[in-house]
Design a protein around this ligand. Structure first.
Ligand SMILES: Nc1ncnc2c1ncn2[C@@H]1O[C@H](COP(=O)(O)OP(=O)(O)OP(=O)(O)O)[C@@H](O)[C@H]1O
Length: 514
């Protein structure tokens, strides 16, 4: 069409030129007549062709418009429609005569108006359908009594708020009313809803006769969690811990559950050698004769020792190889000299020997194993990422575990060592976090320690670096039935895996330690 139009223009300008240069000769007149005839024919031909083309194009356009209107109705995107329309026919428009162009534009305006009217109608239809839907739903929940309806709305709103806060339990309850509508339209929705809640709660509490709400159940689930957090946050202040936990029952339950750790194939684990003898006898001790040693042991609450070449008891802290920092702590807490059990146990443990110490309550047994422990840890390579503790102190009760933790911390802080305390009856998450951060020393009760070791597929901590192990109040631990757990822990502890079967470690002769 564009080309035809240009040709037409060219033709007209040529005619004008010819008119201007018109001559009066007969030959010229003949030529002029012939030219003008030819021009007229061309014009007719051009008009005819134009008309045919126009008709075809209009037909095509009508068909296109019809199709486009149907598509657009689906998509409801007027901008796209107009853009496509313009893009497709821009060439046609450029090639049109003014009158045709006006007609065409008029036709298009009408089309657009028609389309807009139709679109508006569709939108109105959709809106009215949506509102019908809403009304239908609302109707399902409408109760005859206005007050009841308000009450239900509040209840429903509360439920939906709780569901976002507390998760699935309530969400399930919230979904019920909709289902109820599908099942039985005649049933009173509020009654059915409340009945459903009661049924669920009765199921949970195992009491079908009592009425209770889902909200109450959730609060009951959350409350202990918060309390646990508080206990653990105040871990440093042991006085804050409320002892409302029956350890005997818990121990029995642990044994009943028979929690054990999976056996470790030690042949597949690389264990590096470690040093455990740090004891250097001072000249003064070396010089003591057997008789002097016996006399001194008698002096120290008549200590009796069993074993081969048992080290001689020490007299001062300086004789057991404690460093200056440890010495300062001993001074700070006025531990002027070793107690009887300390005097004999410390050089024996420092020598790297296994020791069973039996002494009365309050005799200072804790420090007797703590001081050699610090010396031992300080001599080991530092903990690396993913390493578990170097020393583990197992205690039968959480009270004892916390007491030992407190005592150990007096020294650990100045030595730059970390102590973690892990015991049952409180939340496990904080304890896991402590262990994950890394601790050279772990004071724990056996059941909880197994739980922690088993947690997260054994990724929380491990005992592969344990080269110092204490069974504090071992007799009590066994009396409580912890022996299987203790054995289990020993089998996965680096320095003790082969000692599990040694009778002396689990000797039933360990009767009274306090
Ligand atoms: N060498 C020491 N000099 C002075 N006080 C000490 C010494 N060693 C420990 N103590 C203190 O004696 C008290 C009792 O010590 P410890 O708790 O270690 O005794 P225990 O034998 O472990 O008691 P239990 O059997 O109850 O566990 C603690 O307060 C501790 O700080």
């Amino acid at each position: 069409m564009g080309r035809d139009h240009k040709e037409h223009k060219r033709h007209r300008s040529r005619s004008k030129e010819r008119k201007r240069s018109r001559s009066r000769s007969p030959r010229d007149r003949r030529d002029r007549d012939r030219d003008s005839r030819r021009d007229r024919e061309r014009q007719r031909d051009y008009d005819r062709r134009g008309d045919d083309k126009m008709r075809d194009r209009e037909k095509q356009r009508d068909a296109d418009n019809k199709q486009r209107q149907q598509e657009t109705k689906k998509e409801s995107k007027s901008a796209v429609f107009e853009m496509e329309e313009s893009r497709n026919d821009i060439d046609d428009i450029l090639g049109m005569k003014d009158v045709d162009l006006e007609k065409e534009m008029e036709r298009r305006r009408r089309n657009v108006e028609l389309w807009r009217a139709k679109k508006k109608k569709d939108e109105l239809d959709q809106a009215s359908e949506a509102s019908d839907d809403k009304n239908r739903k609302k109707k399902a929940w409408n109760l005859d009594d206005e007050d009841d309806e308000d009450e239900f709305d509040v209840l429903s709103q509360e439920k939906s708020e709780k569901s976002t806060e507390n998760g699935q339990n309530i969400e399930k309850i919230d979904k019920k009313p909709v289902k109820m509508e599908e099942e039985d339209e005649e049933e009173d929705p509020l009654d059915a809803f409340m009945a459903e809640i009661s049924k669920k709660n009765a199921k949970k509490s195992g009491n079908s006769g009592q009425k209770s709400s889902g909200v109450v159940t959730i609060i009951q689930e959350e409350k202990p969690e918060k309390e646990k957090g508080q206990l653990l946050e105040n871990e440093d202040n042991m006085d804050m811990v409320i002892d409302d936990f029956d350890i005997e029952t818990a121990a029995a339950s642990l044994c009943h559950k028979g929690r054990m750790l999976a056996a470790t194939d030690h042949s597949k684990v690389y264990y590096r050698k470690f040093k455990k003898n740090f004891y250097i006898e001072t000249e003064e001790i070396k010089r003591m004769s057997k008789a002097e040693v016996k006399a001194y042991r008698d002096e120290l609450d008549s200590i009796t020792v069993k074993g081969i070449d048992v080290p001689k008891p020490i007299k001062t802290w300086a004789q057991c190889g404690v460093n200056l920092k440890m010495m300062n702590v001993l001074k700070k807490y006025e531990y002027t000299k070793p107690t009887s059990i300390q005097a004999q146990a410390i050089p024996s443990i420092m020598s790297g020997r296994d020791v069973i110490g039996i002494a009365k309550t309050g005799s200072g047994k804790t420090l007797a194993f703590l001081l050699p422990m610090f010396r031992h840890i300080l001599d080991q390579p530092e903990l690396e990422e993913g390493d578990g503790p170097i020393a583990v102190i197992l205690a039968p009760t959480r009270e004892l575990a916390m007491q030992t933790y407190k005592e150990a911390n007096k020294f650990a802080k100045v030595l730059g060592l970390r102590v973690a305390c892990t015991y049952g009856g409180v939340g496990i998450s904080e304890q896991i976090a402590d262990l994950k951060r890394g601790a050279e020393i772990v004071v724990c009760t056996p059941g909880r320690m197994i739980d922690v070791l088993a947690a997260n597929s054994g990724k929380v901590t491990n005992l592969r670096r344990v080269t110092y192990l204490v069974l504090d109040e071992a007799d009590r631990m066994f009396d409580k039935g912890f022996e299987p757990q203790v054995r289990s822990l020993l089998t996965v502890s680096y320095g003790f895996r082969e000692k599990v079967e040694e009778k002396k470690v689990f000797s039933r002769k360990i009767k009274k330690s306090g």
